[in-house]
Design a protein around this ligand. Structure first.
Ligand code: FES
Ligand SMILES: [Fe+2]
Length: 414
């Protein structure tokens, strides 16, 4: 038995609808000056989302949180990734285990939202599993089958996991290349933040919201709109101070860009400055910028001079998503007596921007569902979007190619 269980979703058949979209993608994978946005159906079609779950979500490293929120052995949080409820738990040896939360008796989901547990007991009929996922109790079943026999067949599946800078990722199909070697450039940019050493506070879920998961990233990673939509609360970090990284297909784990501040130690608070102590060891340049990053498909974060905020994006089909919002800070900051009071004003600052983004994202999604939906041209400050398209299209085409090859093979065999 491997130490993790890989269970890819069953393949789908490519329909005319899929093929039609695939044929239209190339115009969104060219240089910024000529590039146009993706076909609207990529954002609105539930059929396309079924394709995307297999092409992207099953095959990539998907973030399920930051280990700072589960500091002690036994601490766990639950999270549902597409249709899979999961438990994310700190192990006794300090590592992290991610398991399916689906009881193997009849399918009840285990675990409350968060807590500390050595054993997970199903509330439906009392089956219990230890922290490794092993079945340890199955009341009244011994009339038909021994616990030993049940144990040979039933456990909570452990998923392949990688932790990068404290962020916990799982790979559902078990075949993804390691993530860290594809995050070299971003890793260098944020190494002084020492995110792996930070502690977390309980996350909150915002949503469900009526737009596609990809548009959440697009809004978050393009600085063009900040000068218009966020006029006022974002002016301390004006879009003219945004810079962009060259794309690198060999280091393609993240899309990122910094935006500079007008003054040292800026932040998204009511005062437009950091309210907590600045992280030890940051350079002057790092204190004068926010580094935004998307580790696709579902982590977005912003490194500011006193900490880091992050969103885990959780799709509910093509037309809705929820974000799990978290913050990590140096442990000395979390121990401050007035942490809770100050933190409230930090959240208020982020909520102001999020309220503006909510209006815009809802509106764009309505526009993308119209028969008059655009495939628009990009502005210079939208330079991250062709990179995002390229990342997606590479994966879409790889999966479509695989399906096509399988089809040819079965034709030849017939
Ligand atoms: S479904 Fe969990 S014990 Fe029956
Ligand atoms: Fe925004």
């Amino acid at each position: 038995m491997t130490d993790y269980a890989a269970q890819p979703l069953p393949d789908i058949r490519l329909t005319d609808h899929h093929l039609d979209i695939l044929e239209q993608l190339d115009a969104s994978n060219v240089e910024l000056e000529k590039c146009i946005s993706m076909p609207p159906a990529v954002y609105t079609s539930e059929d396309w989302f079924e394709f995307e779950k297999r092409a992207v979500w099953d095959r990539e490293w998907v973030c399920v949180g930051h280990h700072g929120t589960i500091p002690n052995p036994g601490d766990y949080v639950s999270i549902t990734m597409n249709e899979d409820p999961l438990l994310v738990q700190r192990k006794d040896d300090g590592g992290v285990r991610v398991m399916s939360a689906v009881c193997q008796h009849r399918g009840h989901v285990l675990g409350e939202e968060k807590g500390n547990a050595k054993v997970f007991t199903c509330p439906f009929h009392g089956w219990s599993y230890d922290a490794t996922g092993k079945l340890v109790s199955a009341p009244e079943m011994d009339a038909h089958v021994s616990l030993k026999e049940l144990q040979q067949k039933y456990c909570l599946a452990t998923l392949r996991t990688e932790v990068w800078n404290g962020f916990i990722f799982v790979n559902m199909d078990g075949r993804a290349k390691p993530l860290a070697p594809r995050l070299k450039r971003l890793g260098k940019e944020i190494e002084n933040h020492k995110l792996a050493e930070m502690g977390g506070i309980p996350t909150v879920d915002w949503g469900p919201s009526p737009w596609n998961w990809k548009f959440m990233h697009e809004n978050a990673i393009e600085p063009h709109h900040t000068w218009y939509l966020h006029k006022g609360p974002h002016d301390f970090a004006p879009s003219r101070l945004a810079t962009f990284a060259e794309w690198d297909d060999l280091d393609d784990g993240a899309i990122f860009h910094p935006t500079g501040f007008l003054k040292l130690d800026g932040n998204f608070t009511a005062a437009f400055s950091c309210l907590f102590p600045v992280i030890d060891g940051l350079t002057e340049n790092e204190r004068k910028r926010v580094m935004f990053a998307c580790i696709l498909p579902n982590l977005f974060f912003g490194c500011v001079p006193d900490g880091c905020f992050y969103y885990c994006i959780l799709p509910q089909g093509a037309n809705a998503m929820t974000i799990r919002v978290g913050f990590v800070y140096p442990k000395s900051t979390l121990r401050m007596d007035n942490f809770d009071i100050i933190f409230k004003t930090v959240v208020t600052g982020l909520e102001t921007l999020n309220d503006q983004d909510t209006g815009a994202n809802t509106s764009v999604h309505r526009g993308l569902r119209s028969r008059f939906a655009p495939r628009g041209r990009y502005a210079p400050k939208e330079a991250t979007l062709p990179q995002f398209n390229r990342w997606l299209i590479t994966r879409y085409k790889a999966y479509a190619g695989e399906l096509e090859r399988q089809k040819q093979k079965s034709k030849q065999a017939a």
